[in-house]
Structures are given as structure tokens and as C-alpha cells.
Design a protein around this ligand. Structure first.
Ligand code: NAD
Length: 262
């Protein structure tokens, strides 16, 4: 699974991108990083912490990835250090992928109305506000323009069983994408979120009965198959390429049409 080569559709030769959120071979960020690299980009990447590094390194070592640094986005100053590293190494950045989400299990598994203020705030900080912080830090490194991507899910706008607290968090993320696109557009910086259908990743394993979402997507989506991390990579590479220069502020489903269904 997820082993097919990403499509080589758009040149990202000479482009430099930062990928946040590679946990392992199955991560959506992995599919995107491979697609960016296949299109010619040079990358830098972050992983959650030192414990996570070997698993992320197994992915990045096979790519033109110049650095892999730990970055827990919830820790004050962590994102700032990563951008300081980019400033020092490259002096500029062309694109960024934020593929990070977290919610504490008790809040994720309960009713939305029962979520704790602390759990909700933590989920919002890691899954949404960290994207805004990354946008703010990336913008000065993009004097010639650039692209900032995050990853969302249909549970933002529909009630998806067991998606729970992540629904409102992803709704906030999508709104944040639109505001950031409006604010940074005049600087030539484009902002999007890709919205994959369900994919069996480590984060997805935290959602109760996730198998039911996979089964439903396979059976009911117009494409009659699951989205893969390679599908995500193809879309992400297109969005950061010059082919997508007049697109900004979009939430693009990569779900075989599942979002069309009632
Ligand atoms: P994943 O577990 O591979 O990736 C999640 C990443 O978030 C991991 O790398 C993890 O280390 C990182 N993370 C969590 N807390 C962090 C923190 N405090 N600081 C830094 N990094 C942190 O799972 P994935 O499914 O590839 O998730 C990537 C994104 O895709 C998430 O935003 C998720 O909501 C979204 N998404 C997933 C699916 C799906 O079905 N898998 C569908 C739509 C959207």
C-alpha cells in the first residue's frame, strides 16, 4: 500500500520546501514529500521529537531532504527555531506543508459538547493555530511569493461519526486558510488546504471505528477506491507549482468525490 511512485507532472526544480508532519511511511506528509521531491524540489522536514526521528528519517533519507529537525509545535519557540534554521541555510522558502493534527484522547472520543476547555484549546493550538504561526514565520522568507498548505477533512463541514472535536477544529483551520490567503495574497503567497478522504495513518488510528470510514469510502465514493498518500502528493505538488499560480484560499477534496454524497 502507498508504494506507487508519485506522478511527475509539474516541475519544482530549484524550489525549496518545508514539510511538517512526517511520522512514518504512511503519513500524508510522506506522500506529499515524495511528490515534491519527484518534481525536483529540495526539502527540509520536521518530526515531533527525538523519539520520532528514526521513523521520519527512514522517509527523508531517501529524499533530497537537507535537514530533519524535531519540532513540537506546541512548545514555545519551536517553530521559530525551524524558521531560523531555514533563514540561515537557504535564506528563503518557496513552499510549506503543515500536515499536523492532535486532540487528547478523552476529548476526541467524547461528545463535542463534553470536550474540556483545555483539550479543545490544545487541539486548536496544535492542529490550527500552529498553521497560522507557520504562515507568519514563512511569509518573510517568501519575498518572491510562495505557497502554504495544510491538511483538513470533510468532518469540518459534515457530522462524521466519531470525528467529534476534530470537526470544529478543522472548520477553524479551513477558515484560517481563507483569511491567511486574503492577508498574504498581495505578497504573492497562496494558501490552501487539501482535504483527503480517509487514509489509514497513525493519526487516523486515534479515531474510533475508523475502519467504518474506510469501508464507506471504498464502497460509496464515486471513484470506488480509497484516496492514497500518493493522490495527496499529486495535488500538493500541483498546488505549490506555477501551474496553480491563480489559485488561492481553496479547500480541495482529494477523496474520489466522496464529498459530493448526501
Ligand atoms: P500521521 O500520524 O502520519 O501525521 C500526523 C502528524 O502530526 C505526525 O507526524 C505527528 O507527529 C504530528 N503532530 C502531532 N502533534 C504534534 C505537535 N505537537 N507538534 C508537531 N507535530 C505534531 O497522520 P496523517 O493522517 O498523515 O495526518 C496528517 C494530517 O492529515 C492531519 O492534519 C490530519 O488531520 C489530516 N487528515 C488525515 C486524514 C486521514 O484519514 N488520515 C484525512 C484527512 C485529513
Amino acid at each position: 500500500m502507498n508504494s506507487a511512485a508519485p506522478p511527475r507532472l509539474f516541475s519544482l526544480q530549484g524550489r525549496r520546501g518545508l514539510v511538517l508532519g512526517i511520522a512514518n511511511e504512511e503519513s500524508i506528509a510522506t506522500g506529499c514529500a515524495r511528490a515534491f521531491a519527484a518534481c525536483g524540489a529540495t526539502l527540509g522536514a520536521t518530526c515531533l521529537n527525538e523519539k520520532a526521528r528514526p521513523f521520519a528519517a527512514a522517509v527523508t533519507s531517501a529524499l533530497p531532504c537537507e535537514f530533519l529537525v524535531p519540532c513540537d509545535v506546541h512548545q514555545p519557540g519551536a517553530l521559530e527555531s525551524v524558521f531560523a534554521e531555514i533563514q540561515q541555510r537557504w535564506g528563503r522558502l518557496d513552499f510549506l506543508l503543515h500536515s499536523i493534527a492532535f486532540a487528547p484522547a478523552p476529548d476526541l472520543h467524547g461528545r463535542v459538547i463534553d470536550s474540556s476547555a483545555e483539550g479543545f484549546a490544545l487541539a486548536m493550538d496544535i492542529s490550527c493555530h500552529s498553521f497560522l504561526r507557520a504562515c507568519r514565520l514563512a511569509a518573510p522568507l517568501m519575498p518572491q511569493g510562495g505557497t502554504l498548505l495544510s491538511v483538513t477533512y470533510l468532518g469540518s463541514e459534515r457530522v462524521v461519526p466519531n470525528y467529534n472535536i476534530m470537526g470544529p477544529v478543522k472548520a477553524a483551520l479551513e477558515s484560517a486558510v481563507r483569511y491567511a490567503a486574503a492577508e498574504l495574497g498581495p505578497q504573492g503567497i497562496r494558501v490552501h488546504a487539501i482535504s483527503p478522504g480517509p487514509i489509514a495513518t497513525r493519526a487516523a488510528g486515534g479515531i474510533a471505528h475508523f475502519d467504518n470510514l474506510l469501508t464507506a469510502a471504498m464502497r460509496e465514493s464515486p471513484a470506488r477506491r480509497l484516496a492514497t498518500i500518493e493522490d495527496c502528493g499529486g495535488l500538493a505538488a500541483f498546488l505549490v507549482s506555477d501551474a496553480a499560480q491563480m489559485l488561492t484560499g481553496t479547500i480541495i477534496p482529494v477523496d474520489g468525490g466522496q464529498h459530493l454524497l448526501a
